[in-house]
Write a protein that binds this ligand. Sequence first.
Ligand code: NAD
Ligand code: IPM
Ligand code: MN
Length: 357
Amino acid sequence: MQKYKIAVIGGDGIGPEVIAEGVKVLNKVAQLDGSFEFEFTEFPWGCEYYLERGEMMPKDGIETLSKFDAIFLGAVGAPGVPDHVSLWDLLLRIRKSFDQYVNLRPVKLLKGAPCPLKDTKEEDIDMVFVRENSEGEYAGSGSWLFKNKPNEVVIQDGVFSRVGCERIIRYAYELAKKENKTLTSISKGNALNYSMVFWDQIFSEVGKEYPEVKTSSYLVDAASMFMVKDPKRFEIVVTSNLFGDILTDLGAAITGGMGLAAGANINPERKFPSMFEPIHGSAPDIAGQGKANPLATVWSASQLLDFFGHEDWGKVLIDCIEEVLCEKKVLTADLGGNCSTSQVGDEIVRKIEVKRI
Ligand code: NAD
Ligand code: IPM
Ligand code: MN
């Protein structure tokens, strides 16, 4: 029997609440399939751990995680710990240490999901964002000079390496080619006269290897406008770390909200474990109340199944999410329902049993 070793980091706020449902769902899939199983190992890392021990994860945390096939993460961040400390020492540390340079974020309007845009149908919003996830604006490079002095200066560098840009752009071209979709690059070469001019240059250079892929390039300001006014322009989208972060929250807003948006942090070479997570944060405003929507986490569980070659099961999970959304009987408050996180998870499990492949 194939065994997948999964490190589970529930993290903070609603993270552990939604991740418990994801684990429940994955266990049900494995049980019904019978040819593989999951061995989940939970790590209590996060802000509480930090407040007790002064670190977000142990010194050898990365080494510990490197022995796993994948990481399943809830969310990180709590009011008592500065966000740049909690995120840099856990989530971003994992993404960077394991060179998870592809952040794959579907922005797809599922059947039954609420859409705030007028006259917009499911087929009008069906994108996959390929967000650069290792450098760019989030390289963590900069300096803080003359701290607390009148001449204080803060510099935050954007780091765009040739290798870093080429590999993410090539990944996006490959995906567009494989899926026979268009590819859109989103940048900002008019104002960011080094980094984004370079990005655009590499987008066109790599594109020469893919004459069959139809491409477009948008400036990020116009792209955000078109995502709202005419989302069907976009299929596969490749963009930088910061722009991808912001635009995928916008993507969530037009496809049912943060409770429905999933993401996978992929190391395509599979040299290191990849990490699957909902893209939302720890939502301190609703934490501990059983109100969090676990469907984003279920979607990221579907991405995990795809990653291990179980696309048929990945699709079953998406079908189950769509059924729950269409029936509108078992939903959390963000989607207009009055059910709890675990009731929604249980409903997905019931539906998997019916649908089984
Ligand atoms: P957030 O995503 O946590 O919350 C934004 C809004 O969306 C809140 O109103 C919240 O209640 C709602 N929401 C989010 N997920 C939901 C869900 N599953 N079900 C229902 N409603 C949901 O973003 P924020 O408030 O900007 O950040 C809170 C904390 O999370 C901060 O510490 C931030 O740094 C951190 N953060 C972590 C991650 C991550 O771990 N991947 C991502 C984003 C933010
Ligand atoms: C996300 C989050 C993270 C990011 C933060 C919490 C560092 O916003 O995964 O979208 O910007 O990548
Ligand atoms: Mn984000």
